[in-house]
Design a protein around this ligand. Structure first.
Ligand code: UDP
Length: 481
C-alpha cells in the first residue's frame, strides 16, 4: 500500500518509539499499534518498565529498551483500593522513570544516524505525561494513545465541569445519586462515571491523574484511540470539538494489527494463554458456550466467586472460564500460577460441561464459533473484542471506565445486559445467562445487533473504511513529523 511504499522504498525509514503503561489492558493495544505501524514500514523501539516487562524474544523485529521504574508496585485489596493504588502507581512510575528515560532516550537518539533510521516520534500512553514531556524536551514529537473509549476520554476532559456542577465527588456512603442522569454526557448516569466509586478523600488525586492525561493529549501532536466511527460516532465528533489536536480513531486495533490473532494476542500477554481450551471449544456446538473472563486486574470477593460458580452451573450451559490467579481478593491460590479453587461439588455438578483455564487466548476464543456469549467485567479491550466478534455480553463492571462501558453495551449498542450491582447472587446469574443466551428475547435481539456491530467493525477497517482512512492519515502525520 502507498504508505508502506513511501516508508520503505525511499530508503527513508523512520523509527517510532513506543512506551506503554505497564498494565495488560494498556500493553495489548500499544503492541497492536506497534504491529500496525511496523507493517507500514516503520522501525519499532519499545521502551518499557521492569514491572510487567514484555517478552522481547516474541518480537525479534523490535528493539527493546528497559527503563528502571523504582520498583514501585500497585498494592490493593479491594476494588476501590485498586483504583487508588493504580492512580498512585501511575504517579510513581512517571516520577521514577523520568530521569532514566531521559538518559536512555538520549542514547537512542544519538545512535540513530549510524543506523540511518531517524526517530519520527514517541507514542506513549496518555497516563505517561512526564515521559511525553521528557521526549518533547529532547525534540521528539509525541502522540498520545488512550486505551479506553472516546466516551471515557470525554469524561476525563469534562471532569472539572462534572465537579463544578456537583455530580462528583459523591458523598461517602451515599448511593442515592448513582442513577441520576448526567445530562451533559448522555447516556452516563453519575454511577457510570469513571471516578464515581472513588472515596471523596481520594478525589483530588484522581482528578489530578485525569487532568494530567488530558494535558498529555493536548500537548501532543495527536490522540490515538482504539475505537471506530460506527461505534462512537457522536462521541468522536464531540471529542473533536472539545480538544484541539487531531484525533485518530484507528480501532479495532486487534483486527488491524497484521500478525495473525494468535501471535499478536499472546505476544503481549503477561500470562501464558492456555491454548488447550481451543481444542475443547472445537468439540462444542456453535454458539453454545458461555465464556467468562474478568480481565487482568478486576477482583471479586470469595463469596462472589461462589455465587458466580453456582450461577454458571445453574444455567445448565457449557462454559469456558478464564479464572486467573489472584482473581479472588485476599485468597491466595494454592500455587501462584493456579486459578483460585471453585466450590466443593462444582466439578461434579458441571462435569463434561465446562473448561477452566488460568488465562485464555481471548481473541481466538471470542472468534470461535462455539462461543455464544461473554460474561465480562467490561474492560475496554474485552468490550471491543466481543463487540467486533459479534458476541453478546453479560456485563458485571467493577470500577474505572467499566461501568460506563457496560452502560454503552446495555443501553446504546444494546448487545448485552448488565447484571445488577451489589452482591452476586446465583439465581440472578443463571437468569441473566438465560436472558443473553436463550432462544427468545432479549437474547435473539442482542445476537442480531452484535452481528451487525461485527459487520460494521469489519467495514471500518476495510479499504475506504473510517479506521483504514485514519490509519493512513496517522501514517502520513508520522512521516511528516
Ligand atoms: N485477556 C486474555 N486472556 C484472558 C483474559 C483477558 O488474553 O484470560 C486479554 C483480553 O483479550 C484483553 C486484556 O486481556 O485484551 C484485558 O483488557 P481489558 O481492557 O478487557 O481489561 P483489564 O484487564 O484492563 O481490566
Amino acid at each position: 500500500d502507498s504508505a508502506e511504499s513511501t516508508a520503505t522504498c525511499t530508503g527513508d525509514r523512520r523509527r517510532v518509539l513506543f512506551f506503554p503503561l505497564p498494565y495488560q489492558g494498556h500493553i495489548n493495544p500499544m503492541f497492536q499499534l506497534a504491529g500496525l505501524l511496523h507493517s507500514h514500514g516503520f522501525a519499532v523501539t519499545v521502551f518499557h518498565t521492569h514491572f510487567n516487562a514484555p517478552d522481547a524474544s516474541l518480537h525479534p523485529d523490535y528493539d527493546f529498551v528497559p527503563v528502571p521504574d523504582g520498583g514501585a508496585l500497585p498494592a490493593a485489596d479491594s476494588p476501590d483500593d485498586t483504583v487508588q493504588a493504580t492512580v498512585e502507581h501511575i504517579f510513581a512510575l512517571n516520577r521514577a522513570c523520568e530521569a532514566p528515560f531521559q538518559e536512555r532516550l538520549a542514547a537512542v537518539l544519538e545512535d540513530d544516524p549510524a543506523g540511518g533510521v531517524a526517530v519520527a516520534c514517541l507514542v506513549a500512553d496518555a497516563h505517561l505525561l512526564t515521559l511525553l514531556d521528557v521526549a518533547r524536551g529532547l525534540g521528539v514529537p509525541t502522540l498520545a494513545l488512550r486505551t479506553g473509549s472516546a466516551a471515557c476520554f470525554r469524561c476525563f476532559t469534562a471532569f472539572p465541569m462534572l465537579c463544578d456542577k456537583g455530580y462528583l465527588p459523591l458523598p461517602a456512603q451515599d448511593t442515592s445519586q448513582l442513577d441520576t442522569p448526567v445530562i451533559e454526557l448522555p447516556p452516563y448516569r453519575v454511577g457510570d462515571l469513571p471516578a464515581a466509586s472513588i472515596p471523596a478523600a481520594a478525589h483530588g488525586r484522581t482528578r489530578e491523574v485525569l487532568r494530567r492525561a488530558v494535558t498529555a493529549v493536548a500537548a501532543s501532536s495527536g490522540l490515538i484511540l482504539n475505537t471506530f466511527d460506527a461505534l462512537e460516532h457522536a462521541e468522536l465528533a464531540a471529542l473533536r470539538r472539545d480538544i484541539a489536536v487531531p484525533v485518530f480513531d484507528v480501532g479495532p486495533l486487534h483486527l488491524l494489527s497484521p500478525a495473525p490473532a494468535a501471535t499478536a494476542a499472546s505476544a503481549s500477554s503477561l500470562l501464558r494463554p492456555d491454548r488447550g481450551c481451543l481444542d475443547w471449544l472445537d468439540a462444542q456446538a456453535p454458539a453454545s458456550v458461555l465464556y467468562v473472563s474478568f480481565g487482568s486486574i478486576a477482583s471479586v470477593s470469595a463469596a462472589d466467586l461462589v455465587e458466580a460458580a453456582w450461577g454458571i452451573a445453574g444455567s445448565g450451559r457449557p462454559f469456558l472460564w478464564a479464572l486467573r490467579p489472584g482473581l479472588v481478593r485476599g485468597g491466595a491460590p494454592p500455587l501462584p500460577s493456579q486459578p483460585p479453587p471453585l466450590p466443593k461439588g462444582f466439578d461434579a455438578a458441571t462435569r463434561g460441561r465446562g473448561a477452566v483455564v488460568a488465562w485464555a487466548p481471548q481473541e481466538e476464543v471470542l472468534a470461535h464459533d462455539a462461543v455464544g456469549a461473554l460474561w465480562t467485567h467490561c474492560g475496554w479491550n474485552s468490550t471491543l473484542e466481543a463487540a467486533c466478534a459479534g458476541v453478546p455480553m453479560l456485563c458485571r463492571p467493577c470500577f474505572g471506565d467499566q461501568r460506563g462501558n457496560a452502560r454503552y453495551v446495555d443501553h446504546v449498542w444494546r448487545v448485552g445486559v448488565e447484571l445488577d450491582g451489589g452482591e452476586i447472587e446465583r439465581g440472578n446469574v443463571a437468569a441473566a445467562i438465560e436472558m443473553v443466551m436463550g432462544a427468545g428475547e432479549p437474547g435473539a435481539g442482542l445476537r442480531r445487533r452484535a452481528l451487525e456491530l461485527k459487520r460494521r467493525a469489519a467495514e471500518s477497517i476495510d479499504d475506504g473504511g473510517s479506521s483504514a482512512l485514519n490509519v493512513n492519515m496517522l501514517v502520513n502525520l508520522i512521516q511528516s513529523l
